[in-house]
Unconditional design. Structure first.
Length: 148
């Protein structure tokens, strides 16, 4: 997991070659002015989901992991809290290969971190994360899905 300011994303391009394409996309597009939807960047290997998610409490947030994709999650409208637990510490749950997701039911996260707009979290396959924890009713957010 990486937590940083969005402006520093270019410092992490060595971690995955597609991160450079995310940096270029961000230079050419203002996430705050784009409409909600899915934006293909490199076919199925790199795309942006721009959405408004319902904020929820820690108890309602579900930990998840992905095998084939890295998430770069960016809150846009308000602070967003994420739960975090390393994959090695999570119990076995069924993997949905079609959606590339494992959801961990009622398992609570080990720790929590809050990001403000202008910050980002990069979650790798080994990072269990529970998004959308917020006191606000809605969170406008960007999620770049990057092929491992």
């Amino acid at each position: 997991m990486v937590i940083d300011k969005l402006e520093n994303l270019s410092k992490y391009t060595a971690l995955n070659p597609l991160f450079a394409d995310v940096v270029e996309f961000l230079k050419d597009h203002d996430l705050n002015t784009l409409e909600a939807g899915k934006y293909p960047i490199k076919d199925k290997d790199l795309f942006l989901n721009l959405t408004t998610a319902k904020g929820r409490g820690k108890e309602a947030a579900t930990l998840e992991t992905h095998i084939n994709m890295i998430d770069i999650q960016i809150p846009l409208s308000c602070p967003e809290t994420f739960g975090y637990t390393p994959l090695d510490d999570l119990p076995a749950f069924e993997y949905n290969a079609e959606k590339d997701i494992t959801k961990y039911g009622d398992t609570m996260a080990q720790t929590y971190l809050t990001l403000k707009p202008g910050q980002m979290a990069i979650f790798f396959p080994q990072d269990g994360h529970a998004p959308c924890i917020s006191e606000n009713a809605e969170i406008k957010k960007a999620i770049f899905k990057v092929k491992v």
